[in-house]
Design a protein around this ligand. Structure first.
Ligand code: SPV
Ligand code: MN
Length: 604
């Protein structure tokens, strides 16, 4: 059958005319192929109309992918017990025979992988409605904008995208009218489900990335990090596109840090999952422009970044009234919120660290009738809410959103932060001597003790370049070189390293909100308001400045003892880090020379 006939066979007049109005043959072909392969009962095409978003949300409720909660607008979604985080084990790049990909990246021969994914997706939409939606990474009508086509049988996926991204149907049309353009495309199939609407065929879960064709296929998956095309699936494609076009795609938040006299300085921050990234972007008193994904471009000679998302898919554990008042508020008032993998009792969501008593019985990621002590299907201990339980909210609903967060030209960036998680090595905050020093010894040497945000063992120290390691779609060396060379000759942001997780005798040395002080210090440093001490591996704050800032920001006495405990330069541990990194970069085929030089200088 030709493409038009395939489309006509499953679409009503409205959907067909919506798709054809785009005048994009590439899009038509991608939709037709999904119909042929996945065999949906029918196909529905959405536009930017709010009614279409509402329809997807209602569909998610009608098919029980989401259950309504007591507060109007709130729903809960459960993922399979085995699909509670990104799954690097089954996420692979499809590599054509003509290319060699860095062996550090999970990969499979393109022909073999493509055949496998087609097999797994064949007939996967039988008896279901195939949803076709258009969204946009970055603001529409902007140099940053990348239109995206999402195909899925999960209304929850499209509902999440409606909350997390800008609509892209009109943008798609606009760009189609100008001639051929690149768009990202995603084909997701939930696969077989249990009566709880959670994935059954976990053994056959796959996420395959075809970067040669700007396409990602995902099957037998439902956790948003594995299914929502525009989130981490798109990041892998964007890193490639950025490489071709001379910009950067980063796993970073963007925040406005407020200084004296009404001054505001934008900071970006890369932190591995569950290392305080969203919490930093949400620091009370500052403004948030984005919490997860940023694209960098040089515009009019300025280093600028944009939040390519329009919402937050945040970790809910430890969100409480005291530490995160803004999110707490959104999570307790009528309005659209999706809770993921929390505990539900009497239609009310509960999670670990919420600062309230949590029921010992309820519905959660393990069972519809979970009780304390219930073991998981794998015999493991379970918790009332999963450690990677999440909330999905819109930027527009946040009281502390930066007024400029949606600026189509992005925001000028004054500082970049690389934040790891270690209990015994790095000081809470330090500043790089130069862009190169920061990229190499803070970004490229970023390590973190693993958390629940990805499947696998927790608490293991893991190397995570710029916190982007899971999403690198090219060699580590090339990615580093792109960062090193970006905005050369221009005024670049200052680079900082943070660590909120130093411990002594098993206890954290810093309070949850001490990060507010480090942010103020970085803001002051960017403008040269305060001096710093040379710690040999970067510049660290002077005691008097911190004492004053702790008083100002936290109304807290900061003693010399606190300072000495936190800012002691731990030379044996730092040398051990360099030893680990020397070993790692020895195995990177294309380590830039600058990286080796910076490591040697650091050791000295
Ligand atoms: C993260 O874990 O970094 C997230 C959530 O932002 S996920 O979509 O799983 O990547
Ligand atoms: Mn993330």
């Amino acid at each position: 059958m030709d493409i038009q006939s395939i489309l006509k066979s499953k679409m009503d007049e409205v959907s067909l005319s919506r798709l054809l109005a785009l005048k994009n043959e590439d899009a038509n072909a991608f939709v037709a192929r999904a119909i042929e392969l996945c065999e949906p009962e029918k196909v529905w095409v959405g536009t930017d109309d709010e009614a279409d978003a509402a329809r997807c949300r209602q569909m998610a409720i009608d098919n029980r992918e989401e259950l309504p909660l007591a507060v109007p607008g709130h729903t809960v979604h459960f993922d399979s017990y085995y699909d509670q985080g990104r799954n690097p084990e089954v996420t692979k790049y499809l590599v054509p025979k003509s290319e060699t990909l860095d062996p550090k990246l999970k990969q499979i021969d393109r022909d073999q992988g493509f055949a496998e994914i087609e097999d797994l997706q064949r007939g996967a939409y039988k008896g279901r409605t195939m949803l076709v939606r258009f969204f946009c990474l970055g603001p529409v009508n902007s140099v940053f904008a990348i239109p995206c086509l999402q195909i899925t049988d999960s209304a929850y996926v499209t509902h999440s995208e409606d909350m997390l991204y800008r609509k892209g149907y009109e943008e798609f049309k606009r760009q189609s009218a100008r001639g051929p353009f690149e768009f990202f495309r995603f084909r997701h199939c939930t696969g077989k489900v249990t009566e709880r609407m959670t994935c059954k065929d976990i053994e056959r879960s796959r996420v395959y990335i075809d970067y040669m064709h700007n396409t990602v296929y995902s099957v037998n998956t439902q956790y948003a990090g594995n299914t929502v095309g525009l989130k981490k699936l798109s990041l892998r494609l964007a890193i490639r596109k950025a490489d071709r076009e001379g910009w950067l795609a980063e796993h970073m938040f963007i925040m406005g840090a407020h200084g004296p006299g009404g001054r505001k300085t934008y900071l970006c921050g890369a932190y591995p999952s569950a290392c305080g990234k969203t919490a930093t972007a949400m620091i009370p008193g500052e403004t948030i422009a984005g919490d997860d994904l940023a694209y960098f471009r040089v515009i009019d000679g300025q280093f600028r970044a944009v939040n390519i998302e329009a919402g937050i898919f945040g970790i809910i554990q430890d969100v409480n009234a005291k530490g995160d008042p803004v999110i707490w508020d959104v999570l307790h008032h009528p309005g659209e919120v999706i809770f993921g993998n929390v505990l539900v009792k009497d239609n009310k969501p509960y999670w670990l660290g919420m600062g309230e008593e949590i029921p010992t019985r309820g519905m959660n990621y393990v069972s519809t009738d979970w009780t304390e002590g219930t073991k998981g299907p794998d015999g493991e201990e379970t918790t009332p809410s999963h450690k990677n339980a999440r909330y999905t909210v819109r930027m527009q609903d946040l009281k502390n959103k930066d007024p400029e967060w949606d600026n189509p030209n992005g925001l000028p960036i004054g500082g970049i932060i690389y934040g790891g998680r270690d209990s015994d090595t790095n000081v809470p905050v330090r500043e790089a001597y130069s862009w190169e020093h920061g990229i190499c010894t803070m970004g490229a040497m970023l390590e973190s003790e693993t958390t629940a945000a990805t499947t696998g063992a927790q608490g293991v120290r893991k190397w995570n370049v710029m916190s982007n390691m899971d999403f690198l779609s090219m060699s580590v060396g090339k990615y580093l070189r792109n960062n090193l060379e970006f905005a050369a000759g221009l005024k670049r942001p200052k680079v900082f390293g943070t660590n909120y997780f130093l411990k002594k005798g098993g206890k954290y040395l810093n309070g949850m909100l001490d990060k507010a002080v480090w942010v103020k210090w970085m803001e002051r440093r960017i403008h040269g308001d305060v001096e710093a001490l040379d710690a040999g591996y970067g510049l660290i704050p002077k005691y008097d400045d911190l004492k004053r800032l702790f008083k100002e920001v936290r109304n807290k006495e900061y003693t010399e003892k606190d300072y000495v405990e936190q800012f002691t330069v731990r030379i044996p541990e730092l040398l051990a880090t360099l030893d680990r990194m020397a070993k790692i970069y020895d195995t990177v085929a294309d380590t830039p020379k600058v990286m080796l030089d910076e490591m040697a200088a650091q050791r000295k």
